[in-house]
Design a protein around this ligand. Sequence first.
Ligand code: ZN
Ligand code: ZN
Length: 243
Amino acid sequence: MASIGLDEENTGEGGEQGGKARFPFGSQQFRDHFREHETGRLGGPLYALANLTLLLAIMGGIAWSIGQWHGYFLLLLPLYFLFVNGVEYVLHRFPMHRKMPGAQVVYEHVTIHHNFFADQVFYFEDTRDYYAAILPFYIFIGLTVVICGTAGLVYLVAGLDNALFFALVGYGYYLLYELLHFSYHTPDTSFVKRLPFVRSLARQHILHHQVKLMAHYNFNITFPIFDVIMGTMYKGPTPPNLP
Ligand SMILES: [Zn+2]
Ligand SMILES: [Zn+2]
């Protein structure tokens, strides 16, 4: 089991556990500490439901606000999807896995998410574990700034309906990310894991959770489009601890 700080090979940067208590990386001690001290009062299922409701409400509000649904939105959809897939890739590959000035809080992806789900423990064992997988509120705020900022640029170029449509795709992608990522960390016996495409995507993500691979491979969490483009999709041997 790796001890923290993480080494250069693991993170691409020297690592440490930020303001969190220091436990061996990926250890049961960290998991116990997180469950006792870092989870919120809502409890896991309500926390998940609150996030789902918030994202659906935002998407509903945006969809309701679009004055005219243009046919060319069908052409814009794959373009916007590809753009947001690239944003997911860049955010995950760099500030989430490299300590960068001004973005320390985003590095909690390593110090919390990868610390909690590391090497041999990928799956929810307790509903409090949902807090280690669902993006926290301050990341929701940050992504809202990114989505609304980009929609603002679209507004300047192409008007309100186009900007709203971009925001709809952005939040739709956010919701897709949360649903898929949550599914990946459910046990292999869960009903979503019976879907072949979820099992296949989950395997890519579980490989990313191998401590020695996480800073180098499989940065797309939804569909590995930019991992293929950038040559960072893991094609090496299956680590011995994986089935
Ligand atoms: Zn994960
Ligand atoms: Zn990661």
